[in-house]
Design a binder for this molecule. Sequence first.
Ligand code: SF4
Length: 344
Amino acid sequence: MKSFASILLDWYDQHKRDLPWRHTRDPYLIWLSEIILQQTRVAQGMEYYLRFAKRFPTPLSLAEASEDEVLKYWQGLGYYSRARNLHAAAKSMAGVFPRSYEGVRALKGVGDYTAAAICSIAYQMPYAVVDGNVYRVLARVFGISIAIDSPEGKKVFMQKAQQLLDGKRPGDYNQAIMDFGAMVCTPVSPQCDACPLAKRCKARQEKRVEELPVKMQKTKISSRYFHYIYVRQGNNTWLHKRGPGDVWQNLYEPPLVESQTPEENWLAGAAYKRLFGRRKAMLKVPPVKHVLSHRVIYADLSEVDLPSSCPVAEGFLCVSAKEIPQYAVSRLVQKLLEKAKVGI
Ligand code: SF4
């Protein structure tokens, strides 16, 4: 009987997706692709990968760029800590990508999964990857009911994945099981009828495909209410660089007041008055809903007119409205500015 690994590798040899990072063994470019693809669909990540690889073809070229430029290249991709970590990691390399698993694992932003993916694909080292696709395929094929987000579950799945790894083609094997999970053994409506593992799949035999994998925790989603204020001061406007400890660190945005509830009269609150006193802001864009992994943000945009004599508030930059596209902003801010037809 064929092994689990050889069935997957045969499937992969016939069905693998032709992706640009699969044409290289350069560990730096593979790392770049892995970081871009965390939390991002392949179709969306592809364009970013090509642009990054062209502008920053080596660790040194990335290390020498400014963080603002790296964030600008990342704009629209979300989860911006990835871009900041990418930049910090490139700076720590001194021009040479690490050659050992420990060296790769020590890079900022690289966890067990990413280190295993890079080392197996670039260096053919025998490290198994375990991501959401791998959990699903293993839980279903071997009928494992232990929760994938429990400490015990993590250990069990890691051991199983390592045990199944193909020693001769570890990089291909890792990509095969992930592609298989993404294309055949999908979370919803897996293609069991066309599946080469169907005969040995416990979940299929026991009619438990929809139950597996098991997860303990449901992600708690919280709501936040953002009110952006576009400043019109002649041809200029104000921007602020977000600080640490919250979403979109180091990205730019117009002045922002946050409220606790959607009903709160934030225009009468201290945060607004500190910036604009009694001046009235007019609503330009009603609330739009923006969904992130652990929170939903409802954001609107108002506009306030300021005389040119009015001093710029502390912590803000006064820039020409035409210059806004030079600053990295979140996709939400971009959407609001586009809707208001200002600065973009
Ligand atoms: S038979 Fe269905 S559930 Fe089992 S591995 Fe194949 S696609 Fe996944």
